[in-house]
Ligand binder design. Structure first.
Ligand SMILES: Cc1ncc(COP(=O)(O)O)c(C=O)c1O
Length: 398
């Protein structure tokens, strides 16, 4: 049973979070994920914080596909992949992802978090070196912690700092050197300088791994992600990604790489070996989403237009944005409590946004991270900018 001392310690920590504006609470949605959602407090909120970039999470065709898949393939696998948890659709989805990303092979996981935590310790040993961007996602950080390889970190997207790490890494004899970066940094919406990273990797004989969770489906001429956007297809050795954002928003992750890497992961990667297969409905529906993805340029263009419009409207009003072109659009507030107040006031105005503060972002860099969706209308964005303006004036921010 929880001892009195331990309970008081936890309660004290929770109280401190609340006092510092760092306590995270949840709004329960009464229906499906969408650009317009309903909660107990609000009948219709404009949703500016989902990863539902293409609006596929509640798309009627996607839902119909999922119903069909449920009828054909059942609800769950009740098994890991290698026991009796592999259906044809799992293999077809792996092939389709490989084909789409132009990689040799792919392995599915229950999430991209699992994919990233199952990668490094499986592939690398204590003689090897991982060079990781300082803004990489938590799952990469945790994955690296699990491995015995030496880890060097470089300042976000700073190619001189990366080169210094590479210089240091080559002094490790016979080491495999792996540069690891998010394709899009999820708190900033900025894109990794993959062209320079791949050039440096080639020069120093390093491998490159990109987590493209926030880019596959939306960036690049064909939606193939930051790797396509930066014109480095064929130069990246390992790509991890999620099925839980643009590609329908359910769940699931993957790693695409050479067939030797993927074969080894199937033998040794712990989250793959010891966790249930992706639900059949998600595998089958993701497969059909991916097959149609190349023809979704209309949605991708609409998403791009929405991001441009919102960025220009907010900049014109005097807000401090992190510049970029991605649908992740952070509005910098800096102060954690103020950011939390702003999100709460926007909620009252019918806009759902979330404030992010330490430890998710560095101290002093609290922000409201907005995310665009192709299914937001111009009217939605006008309403949202007006609400931001009103709330910022009330809080003496503008
Ligand atoms: C860059 C990045 N990698 C990995 C993940 C984890 O993805 P999943 O939800 O599939 O575990 C996320 C999700 O927040 C992410 O932003």
């Amino acid at each position: 049973m929880l001892s009195h001392r331990f309970k008081s310690q936890l309660d004290e920590q929770l109280k401190e979070l609340s006092l510092n504006g760092l306590y995270k609470s949840e709004h329960a949605l009464l229906g499906a994920q969408s650009s317009h959602i309903t909660t107990h407090q609000h009948e219709c909120l404009i949703n500016l914080c989902a990863n539902n970039y293409l609006g596929l999470a509640n798309d009627p065709d996607v839902i119909a596909e999922a119903h069909n898949a449920l009828n054909t393939f059942g609800y769950g696998m009740a098994s890991v992949r290698f026991i009796c948890g592999t259906q044809t659709i799992h293999q077809q989805l792996e092939n389709q992802i490989s084909h789409f990303l132009e990689m040799e092979d792919t392995i599915l996981y229950s999430s991209c978090f699992d994919a990233n935590t199952g990668l490094f310790e499986t592939l690398l040993s204590k003689n090897d070196v991982i060079i990781s961007d300082s803004l990489n996602h938590a799952s990469i950080i945790d994955g690296i912690r699990l491995s015995k390889a030496t880890c060097l970190r470089y300042k976000n997207n700073d190619m001189n700092a990366l080169e210094q790490c590479l210089e240091q890494a080559i002094s490790h004899q016979d080491a495999t050197i792996l540069i690891v970066t998010d394709g899009v940094f999820s708190m900033d919406g900025t894109i990794a300088n993959l062209a320079a990273i791949c050039d440096l990797a080639e020069h120093y004989g390093a491998l490159v791994m990109v987590d493209d969770s926030h880019a596959v489906g939306i960036l690049g001429a064909n939606g193939k992600g930051s790797v396509e956007h930066c014109h480095v297809m064929g130069h990246v050795d390992i790509i991890s990604g999620t099925l839980g954002k643009a590609l329908g928003g359910a769940s699931g992750g993957y790693i695409s790489a050479s067939s030797s890497i993927v074969k080894w992961l199937r033998q040794r990667s712990r989250p793959y070996l010891f966790s249930n297969s992706l639900a059949p409905m998600i595998a089958a529906t993701s497969l059909s989403i991916l097959k149609r993805l190349q023809n979704q340029s209309e949605r991708r263009n609409q998403l791009r237009k929405n991001a441009q419009l919102f960025r220009s409207q907010m900049t014109a009003l005097g807000f401090d944005l992190i510049a970029g072109e991605h649908p992740i659009i952070p509005i910098m507030v800096h102060d954690a409590q103020l950011a939390q107040k702003m999100a709460a006031a926007l909620f009252e105005e019918g806009i759902l946004v979330v404030s992010f503060s330490y430890p998710v972002v560095p101290i002093g860099q609290a922000r409201i991270r907005t995310q665009m969706s192709a299914t937001l209308s111009q009217n939605d964005l006008d309403k949202a900018t007006k609400a931001f303006h009103k709330v910022a004036q009330q809080l003496n921010m503008l």
